[in-house]
Design a protein. Sequence first.
Length: 177
Amino acid sequence: MYYIYPLQKRILINNQIKAPEVRLINEKGEMLGIVTLQQALVKAHEARLDLIEISEKTVPPICKIADYGKFSYQQGKKEKKMGKSQKAGEIKGIRLSFAISPHDMETRAQAVEKFLKSGYKVRIEMVLRGREKGLGEFAKQKLLKFLEVLKTTTPIKIERELKMESRGLTMIIAKTT
């Protein structure tokens, strides 16, 4: 299995900065104003720290005098914290078969309940193969029965209605808030 990691924004430091003038912030967080790049590099060198470009979107770009290692560590912590708060958007999946027994349905409902309590959305999928595709109504009834079993334990809301796709039936549910 391959994992896709988001691309980190490359932080420019010291001689990598190409702007002729920068808006400078010193190591204490005080705004020093707009200075030339050479003056900013000299001030950073005198403080035995790095000149770090914080925002290249403004004109002139905002640069800060700070320790690069410490700055990149702080940025990594911020990004991890932001990633944790986005858990509610993640989707877990559960797959039901066409010939699922009532006991298996209850077991899957317990798993879905656990996912919903953890804050995930759940994609319920019923894969139909061969002749099963001709019995779409029967499959829909099975899925609706599964939802009834689920509704008895936890209140849910339907994010995406039951939909027939090429491989079978799918729907997305979430916990009501």
